[in-house]
Design a protein around this ligand. Structure first.
Ligand code: CTP
Ligand code: MG
Length: 179
């Protein structure tokens, strides 16, 4: 089945980004929230980013994403799945966390409080970041694997997974809101 195949490869390619995006919520749940990335500073009446973006979360996300890509590369040949380039192993997690931060920056600028939902931005900010960073720094690897069907699959799958994992996280007490 062509569609199933596309979905499996799409998930494989995005797994480092998905885990990089989930790690901060888990680490802050376990070890408490650390220093906010914006240092508590404001632009006008709103925080630059807010308390939901921490140094601890950023580091945890990047390490988790890179570790996942390393593990996947060890299994890639055996499973007949795409290999991550060294650059992509870094840009996927780094772009993920940067996209998530950019999303919070946008939310604060349009007066949406930390933790309040902004549909589509909440679900796809990190995907956009991961793609952009990888496209810029390893164009060849990116266009080789991120074909149009793969990209479409990711845009459809990601919000579904995001929603599903947030519900699970909410039930487990990791997430404060079910979105
Ligand atoms: N988190 C973090 N550092 C990051 C990203 C996330 O510590 N760089 C943690 C925070 O505890 C955050 C949780 O992960 O509350 C969930 O992340 P997210 O939904 O992106 O943050 P929100 O709290 O919803 O804040 P925002 O409205 O800015 O998206
Ligand atoms: Mg949120």
């Amino acid at each position: 089945m062509e569609i199933i195949n596309t979905i499996i490869i799409a998930l494989w390619l995005m797994l480092p980004a998905f885990l990089a995006n989930m790690a901060p919520a888990i680490i802050t749940h376990i070890s408490g929230t650390g220093k906010p990335l914006d240092g508590g500073k404001y632009i006008g009446n709103n925080r630059i980013l807010g308390d939901g973006k921490t140094i601890r979360g950023l580091i945890a996300g990047i390490i988790t994403g890179i570790t996942m890509a390393l593990i996947q590369n060890m299994l890639a040949e055996y499973l007949n799945m795409p290999l991550f380039s060294i650059i992509a192993m870094i840009t996927l997690p780094l772009g993920t966390l940067s996209g998530d931060i950019a999303g919070s920056f946008i939310k604060r600028r349009i007066n949406i409080e930390r933790g309040k939902a902004l549909p589509l931005v909440d679900q796809l900010d990190f995907v956009t970041g991961a793609w952009l960073f990888t496209l810029i720094f390893d164009y060849k690897w990116f266009i080789n694997y991120f074909t149009l069907p793969i990209i479409i699959a990711i845009i459809i799958i990601t919000p579904l997974f995001h929603w599903l994992f947030n519900i699970i996280g909410y039930k487990l007490g990791v997430c404060k809101e079910p979105w």
